[in-house]
Design a protein around this ligand. Structure first.
Ligand code: FE2
Ligand code: FE2
Length: 291
């Protein structure tokens, strides 16, 4: 009798990421995201891209997703209702950020390199932790992720840049992460002034991580720009102008952006010529009061 040959084939990183993207239950997605990042780190996944990423990731039944213009008013920041609405909006941003980072690694990892995959899987794991921390905080207020509607615009940045890694690297910070650097310090101060020390510590943790996330984007963008023999700041501006529908407005957190590799050359004077369908609102453009 011939010996049984054990199946030792290592799953592809793309297949593992696709499975996590399609997971719709938030808690399961958090666990699975952290697992895929760990498996990659430990060499349990092959650098192979044999499956495509889904156009739409799995989403739970709640929250209901509404266009930014139809989002209910959040109420005063100091009221319990206002506090819950703020943390709920933050939870949604982190939830979408998990999928954005996973999609970055799974969709573009093959044309980039293994270091790129590792960086964005570590970002996804951070976003999963941010989401979990915020959801737990919401629960201490008697609420949870899904209790309120959330805005539908965040994933559009992914959809509209899904054929172009450089556009994706340039645009997502305009919608999410670099905007987070700009607005989080003021939110943090407000949260602390309201006596929510635990919330303030969560935001401090997020701010630190987001600087690293934007730095990953800047570094990989610079490497791409070098292959194009282009000046990173000029190429970045061109891509943002073409693919981001919102004006890039101050105030900017210049020191945090600089720490993340985004000097003022990158974002001053950006003129947006073509909409990608994201209506600039307080939540996607300047003046946002959260991440
Ligand atoms: Fe985050
Ligand atoms: Fe992030």
């Amino acid at each position: 009798m011939s010996p049984t040959i054990p199946n030792v084939a290592v799953p592809s990183v793309a297949a593992a990421i696709r499975e996590v993207l399609l997971e719709s239950d938030p808690r399961a997605k958090v666990m699975a995201t952290r697992k895929v990042a760990r498996d990659w780190r430990l060499g349990r996944l092959a650098y192979a891209f044999d499956v495509a990423m889904p156009d739409e990731p799995g989403r739970p039944d709640a929250p209901e997703l509404l266009p930014p213009g139809r989002m209910p008013k959040r109420g005063k920041g100091g009221s319990e209702r206002g506090r819950i609405a703020l943390w709920h909006a933050l939870a949604h941003i982190e939830f979408v950020a998990i999928d954005l980072a996973l999609d970055m690694a799974g969709r573009f990892g093959g044309e980039m390199n293994p270091g790129f995959v590792g960086d964005f899987l570590s970002v996804a794991a951070d976003e999963a932790l941010h989401f979990a921390l915020i959801d737990r905080h919401l629960r201490t207020m008697g609420s949870h992720y899904g209790a309120l509607p959330a805005h539908s615009g965040l994933w559009e940045a992914a959809g509209n840049t899904r054929h172009d890694v450089a556009a994706r690297l340039a645009v997502v910070p305009m919608v999410l992460e670099a905007r987070g650097l700009d607005v989080t310090p003021a939110t943090l101060e407000r949260v602390r002034n309201l006596g929510d020390e635990r919330g303030a510590r969560i935001l401090e943790r997020i701010l630190d991580d987001e600087i690293r996330h934007v730095r990953f984007r800047s570094t990989h963008f610079a490497a791409w720009a070098e292959t194009m023999n282009g000046e990173p700041a000029d190429l970045w501006k061109t891509l943002v102008s073409r693919h981001f529908g919102g004006a890039v407005k101050p105030p900017f957190n210049d020191s945090a952006r600089l720490a993340a590799g985004l000097s003022r050359d990158f974002y001053l004077g950006v003129v947006c010529q073509q909409s990608i369908g994201i209506t600039p609102t307080r939540e996607t453009a300047g003046g946002s009061d959260h991440l």
